[in-house]
Design a protein around this ligand. Structure first.
Ligand code: C5P
Length: 410
């Protein structure tokens, strides 16, 4: 099935607001508009003043079968183009092409044209398809703006690699119209009531950091916030699974429908997870578990002396490896956070712990890892690698849940 047909299933009758900014790629917006219309969507087009230099309002009005909106009001008769009602009308606001300039304004809340005021008022999902020269795309300012937007829930259809209008070649070329239409179709499909594809499955998710006591006051821990694991637990439960979340200490709320078991140390996490695995159909090992813990915990607060202090540490038990040994037909998903030789380390972990697949985060990637709301991961299994673009942790959780569904369907 081609992408336009796939999109058509969910686009029929939907209200799509198409934003066009001043980029050479604006000509592709005409094709996108046609695809959306052919799929049965209603389309209204809002353009920045500069976009009119790249594609005519007449073309877009003819294709969308609606007048084009550019100004805050019609200078002929004073009719007000309400950004609030446009934002309310839309089921999805797609800005394609989105220039570096518009992305920067969106990230900082500048509202100096109708396309931007509509963005600030929109309550619907917003999708941007960046289009620019490779150096502009790679510039830290643009990348930072994209991260800010992703953190606020904006979806990005990543640009492709290829020949650019400047004559250079690289990443920055707007995604093809069929790809953008399919992306919007999938997004709107996912907004509908989640399909209960995991009903009847019992899954365990470990999340957060463990805390290894040194004395009644001090401990050894790490920077894991638990956000990724909580997003996964929430997503699996939304798809109908019975989820037990074995969680280190965090301030995060328990996702709806999830049963949380609170633990502190790696030993406590081991006991709770191994016990729950007996009745489970699978587990996602997202917790950042301490590899070492103090050999003994002082009952009283350690007093400082003049010299150095040595704390002897012993190895903790590896929860994932133990589940890997007991696994059988069950599904086991692991995480790996590496700072060097990422892929090789992840591959060996896949084997050692008997994971079905591993989610690799690299601390080298901006926007990946601890505390933030975004992540950039690569899925690794025995058939190969799949590198995902920068996504919100919620979207990464959805991709993980998709893979788990496929594993159950084997
Ligand atoms: O070996 P490493 O700690 O890098 O492996 C990471 C994976 O193993 C993660 O999925 C993590 O949750 C899991 N793990 C575990 N118990 C440990 C150590 C790691 O479940 N003691």
């Amino acid at each position: 099935m081609d992408s336009a047909t796939a999109a058509g299933r969910t686009l029929a009758g939907r209200h799509i607001l198409l934003g066009i900014t001043g980029s050479i790629a604006a000509y592709k917006a005409a094709m996108l508009c046609r695809l959306l219309k052919t799929a049965g969507a209603e389309v209204q087009v809002v353009m920045t003043p500069l976009a009119k230099q790249f594609i005519t309002p007449l073309t877009m009005a003819t294709l969308s079968k609606n007048p084009i909106l550019v100004e805050f009001f019609n200078p002929e008769n004073g009719a007000w183009n309400s950004h609030v009602s446009l934002g309310e009308w839309a089921d999805c606001y797609v800005i394609a092409p989105a220039t570096a300039n518009t992305l920067a304004k969106m990230a900082t809340g500048v509202a100096d044209n109708l396309l931007l005021t509509t963005y600030l008022s929109a309550r619907c999902p917003v999708v941007v398809a960046p289009a620019m020269d490779l150096d502009m795309y790679a510039h830290p300012a643009t990348q930072q703006n994209l991260r800010t937007l992703v953190e606020r829930g904006v979806r990005i259809v990543e640009p492709g690699d290829g020949e650019l209008a400047s004559g250079l070649s690289g990443k920055g070329r707007m995604a093809e119209p069929g790809e953008i239409a399919a992306f919007v179709g999938r997004l709107l499909d996912g907004q509908d009531e989640k399909k209960k594809t995991l009903t009847g499955k019992r899954l365990i998710v470990t999340a957060g950091a463990t805390i290894e006591a040194i004395d009644p006051v001090r401990f050894i821990s790490n920077h894991s916030s638990g956000k990724m694991g909580y997003a996964i637990a929430g997503e699996l439960a939304a798809r109908g699974a019975e989820v037990t979340l074995v969680s280190g200490r965090t301030a995060l709320p328990v996702p709806p429908g999830v049963e949380r078991v609170d633990v502190l140390s790696a030993d406590e996490m081991y006991d709770a997870t191994v016990a729950a695995f007996d009745k489970a159909d699978g587990a996602v090992m997202c917790a950042a578990v301490a590899d070492y813990t103090p050999e003994s915990v002082s009952e009283t607060k350690l007093k400082k002396g003049d010299g150095e202090l040595f704390i002897r540490l012993r190895r903790t038990r590896d929860i994932a490896a133990e589940l890997g040994r007991r696994k059988g037909e069950r599904i086991l998903v692991g995480f790996a956070l590496e700072t060097d030789h990422e892929e090789a380390h992840a591959q060996s972990k896949l084997e050692k712990k008997n994971f079905d697949f591993i989610v690799l985060n690299s601390l080298r990637d901006a926007g990946a890892g601890f505390r933030g709301d975004t992540n950039k991961v690569t899925f690794i299994d025995r058939t190969g690698d799949e590198a995902l673009p920068l996504l919100s942790k919620q979207e990464v959780a959805e991709r993980i849940a998709d893979r788990i569904e496929r594993l159950f369907a084997r």
